[in-house]
Design a binder for this molecule. Structure first.
Ligand code: DON
Length: 304
């Protein structure tokens, strides 16, 4: 299939549609991005690569990084994890506080902010240098040593993340945060600030399309059954209160971030990532969603 040609065809179609999205500005540092950036990269498990637009430009991957932290925590604490975080779609915004009270401080899943903060607490308990370890993990998955945090985004998140501070305090009161909240949030804000390109993202998620083995290194990252679970969680919880819509329109497991990136995985076939910074009302990339919908419809390469 000529993916390059398909990408430029979809891009031309989408250029005719008004982008109704808005760049995230609740974290001021994120609003500095060029709103017209647009990149796509598809990598197959056989190692073929297809790029389009700004596919090599790094951007703030934000909540996409919650997949890396979840995989790292799961490989350390095994099924003990499920005592502290659930596996149900929340149907609420990524930073919602509402369910935490009735759920007694146990977040619905690892991809809403509350769940990702509990995952960070686990990593702080389990790892001697969690920040370095998460970077090492991502660098191994991509083979790229220069992937890093953006310290300005960390500062901006820290200073403006009032809701995240509320979430961690609330969960601490229920006993579901075991470490000092400053240590946990320092890790959370660092993870959100990681910068990667579409090219690097599609390479790094490829193990989820390949039964848990990173194809470029042949290294096993997750067992097949855990890989199934990671994909299942992305399918049901990767887009917060738009997870149903993404499944309905795109038909692949995936994960979004408020930097405008989306990664989607077709098990046994490929990983595709797209970046377009203007977000819809649910905090997901407006044109990124449309692009992936057209891509899987046109190619008939989705799992549903
Ligand atoms: O916690 C926050 O507000 C952000 N740093 C991460 C949010 C995010 O990307 C949610 N996703 N779509």
């Amino acid at each position: 299939m000529d993916y390059g040609k398909i990408f430029s065809g979809i891009y031309t179609d989408l250029a005719k549609i008004e982008d109704k999205g808005k760049v995230a500005d609740y974290i001021p540092e994120l609003s500095k991005v060029n709103p017209n950036s647009f990149g796509v990269q598809l990598t197959t498990i056989e190692g073929e690569k297809f790029a389009f637009g700004d596919s090599a430009t790094r951007f703030s991957i934000q909540s996409i990084a919650k997949v890396f932290s979840y995989v790292l925590a799961y490989s350390h604490v095994k099924s003990e994890l499920w005592k502290r975080v659930g596996v149900e779609p929340s149907g609420t915004a990524f930073n919602s506080l509402v369910q935490l009270e009735s759920d007694k401080g146990i977040p619905r899943n690892p991809f809403i902010n509350a769940g990702a903060i509990v995952i960070c607490d686990i990593l702080v308990s389990e790892l001697r240098s969690p920040k370095e370890d998460i970077l090492t993990f991502i660098r191994e998955l991509t083979g790229v040593e220069t992937i890093n945090f953006n310290p300005d985004v960390v500062k901006s998140e820290n200073a403006n993340g009032y809701i995240n501070w509320a979430l961690v305090n609330f969960m601490k009161s229920f006993g579901n945060i075991h470490n000092e909240i400053n240590d946990v949030m320092d890790l959370y804000f660092h993870i959100c600030s990681i910068e990667m390109s579409c090219e690097e993202l599609s390479q790094s998620f490829l193990f989820l399309a390949n039964n848990g083995v990173a194809p470029h290194s042949n290294k096993r990252i997750l067992s097949p059954s855990r890989t199934k679970r990671a994909n299942a969680l992305m399918q049901s919880c990767g887009f917060y209160d738009e997870a149903g819509e993404f499944t309905f329109k795109v038909g692949l497991p995936g994960k979004s971030g408020v930097g405008g990136g989306i990664v989607a995985v077709h098990p046994q076939k490929y990983c595709i990532s797209v970046w377009s910074p203007r977000l819809n009302a649910k905090g997901n990339s407006y044109k990124g969603m449309l692009f992936l919908e057209e891509f899987t419809t046109h190619t008939e390469l989705s799992i549903f």
